[in-house]
Design a protein around this ligand. Structure first.
Ligand code: DQA
Length: 148
């Protein structure tokens, strides 16, 4: 069974409480539930991880190198726009990585238009709320040569 790691970066544990105009009221636990349910449907094991600590996130990504992880879906939060550390960690991986965002980052402030992850991800899904995660999961299923 293919194993997919879904990563949530800085401040994303606050989904449900934070800026509902941008992110709605869905909580991170509900997002994880939906992503895992789709994973079961697609015959994939989904493991979710969130951290507000950049070093901890880098270490979780390192662990994915060699622990049988077949693909990664990442919402890096604000790290997406400036963390070369997380970008480099993702770049070490040899499996497909897809970037997702709940909000439509290109319709927001200028600083959100740039992703330092861009060179190391296969593609981006943005602006579709929880569906961004679900489509990201379908995208990695396709990239791994499975269903989706
Ligand atoms: C976000 C978009 C980022 O610009 C922002 O810093 C976040 C959340 C999103 O899911 O829309 O924290 O990644």
């Amino acid at each position: 069974m293919k194993k997919v790691l879904v990563l949530h970066g800085i401040n994303l544990n606050m989904f449900g409480k934070r800026d509902p105009g941008q992110y709605g009221t869905v909580t991170l636990a509900q997002i994880d539930e939906e992503v895992k349910a789709l994973g079961r449907e697609l015959g994939m094991e989904v493991v979710c991880f969130q951290s507000n600590c950049e070093g901890e996130m880098a270490q979780r990504i390192h662990q994915a190198h060699g622990d049988g992880t077949d693909a990664v879906v990442i919402n890096g939060g604000a790290w997406t726009h400036y963390s070369y550390g997380i970008a480099d960690a993702l770049g070490i991986l040899e499996v497909p990585v897809v970037e997702v965002h709940m909000s439509h980052v290109h319709g927001r402030e200028e600083f959100r238009h740039h992703s330092v992850f861009a060179p190391v991800v296969k593609g981006v899904v943005s602006g579709l709320g929880v569906d961004s995660y679900l489509l990201g999961l379908r995208a990695v299923a396709g990239l791994m040569g499975g269903k989706g």
